[in-house]
Design a protein around this ligand. Structure first.
Ligand code: FAD
Length: 360
């Protein structure tokens, strides 16, 4: 199959889906490609900060997402040995410490809104495998695989919004510098007990961060940092002493944890790293979100930054032919901001334990 479009976006995550909506709204024809059958997924960054909230408000999308369900965090709490010792309240002007938005709700709204424009089309179960280039090496489109069939999509601009292991970035020959952060993450989801309030709770276990994020529809997401690369040796040890540490930190969760987390298999392991690229594009291709600056979970910046990249880029893609100069200026502006956020992530990770120094 051969198709043609102004802009071909690879990856229907928050960055790609938002950009597709914004471009279609500007009458620019756009094809959004997603390798999975469904765009709604779990186990992704789901906390919206003020920046992401602002973008959704600007386009009248926040209330549409809220109709599907979201939850504003009321407090950040620090706990030690089952006792709360410090509470951070939101700035009254903002009114929350982040909003939990199930990614399925966010993506459903973005895709449904994009579908109201004729210029938009979505192709799921479609995996991009290569870039189409001309003799000078300029990118002219993508080659994809859909259920075993080859598809060629010709476009004026290809957007790599395909996440941390971006094929678009690799095929464009853009290098990233990968940074390890000294930890990996165990991730699990349990039902919230009755009366559990919309809070983020933190504890320090053996010098590592343990976080509880209250989620929409009465769930708690557990994020437990473990030393980088330690999982294979950790799972050779008995499970009970490990999980007892969580129960000691948050005794209110004892019965829920005992019934829902019974073995190492009840945790998902996430390999934590960040990366950044000096180059955010080449002739005919631009990268956004995790494809060009993978973030760690710290501070909940990744999804918000991907959306900000999309919003900024949409403002310069106004014609059929995008000016290369504008793309470069746009990436310069975003690069500075992302470098600042990645530095904040490192600082937060390195100073987390100091939150637990209690002065008497
Ligand atoms: C454990 C964890 C918790 C996090 N928590 C937060 C948080 O609370 N708040 C926050 O802001 N950020 C958080 N983040 C970061 C956040 O998840 C990412 O920064 C964000 O999802 C990046 O969005 P994106 O659109 O750039 O890419 P992604 O969300 O990764 O989307 C990329 C899309 O491209 C598709 N794709 C990939 N390859 C291809 C291909 N070849 N062909 C077609 N499609 C393809 C993928 O299937 C995917 O749908 C967290 C990250 C982790 C690991």
């Amino acid at each position: 199959m051969n198709l043609k479009t102004d802009v071909c976006i690879v990856g229907a995550g928050p960055g790609g889906a938002l950009l597709a909506y914004l471009l279609a709204k500007q009458n620019i024809s756009v094809i959004l490609l997603e390798r999975f059958k469904e765009v709604a997924k779990e186990f992704r960054g789901e906390h919206l900060n003020e920046e992401g909230e602002e973008i959704l408000k600007k386009y009248g999308l926040l209330e549409k997402v809220e109709k599907l369900g979201m939850l504003r965090m009321e407090r950040l709490e620090y706990w030690e040995n089952g006792k709360l010792f410090k509470t951070v309240l939101p700035d009254p002007a903002i009114g929350h410490l982040g909003i939990h938005v199930p990614q399925s709700h966010l993506l459903t709204v973005l895709i449904n809104e994009a579908k109201t424009f004729n210029e938009f089309s979505l192709m799921t179960s479609t995996t991009v495998i290569d870039l189409i280039k001309d003799n000078e090496g300029s990118v002219k489109g993508v080659k994809a695989n859909q259920n075993g069939n080859e598809i060629f999509i010709e476009s004026n601009l290809v957007i790599g919004a395909d996440g941390r292991y971006s094929i678009v970035r690799k095929k464009a020959g853009i290098d990233v510098t990968v940074r390890k952060h000294g930890y990996d993450l165990l991730w699990a989801k349990i039902p919230a007990p009755i009366h559990w309030e919309p809070t983020i709770k933190m504890a320090l276990i053996d010098g590592m961060q343990l976080s509880l994020f209250t989620q929409t529809n009465r769930f708690i997401q557990i994020g437990w940092n473990i030393p980088e690369g330690s999982f294979p040796s950790l799972i050779k040890q008995p499970f009970m002493p490990f999980i007892e540490k969580l129960i000691k930190a948050f005794p209110e969760l004892e019965s829920t944890v005992r019934s829902h987390i019974q073995s190492w298999r009840d945790f998902v392991l996430l390999d934590v790293h960040s990366n950044y690229a000096e180059q955010w594009g080449k002739k005919g291709v631009a990268l956004i979100g995790d494809a060009v600056h993978t973030m760690t979970p710290t501070g909940a910046f990744g999804l918000n930054s991907a959306m900000k990249d999309a919003d900024t880029l949409a403002s310069v893609i106004t014609e059929e032919k995008v000016s290369e100069l504008e793309l470069i200026q746009c990436s310069k502006q975003r690069k500075k901001e992302v470098a600042r956020l990645q530095a904040i992530q490192i600082e937060k990770e390195q100073t987390f334990a100091t939150q637990f120094v209690i002065y008497s």
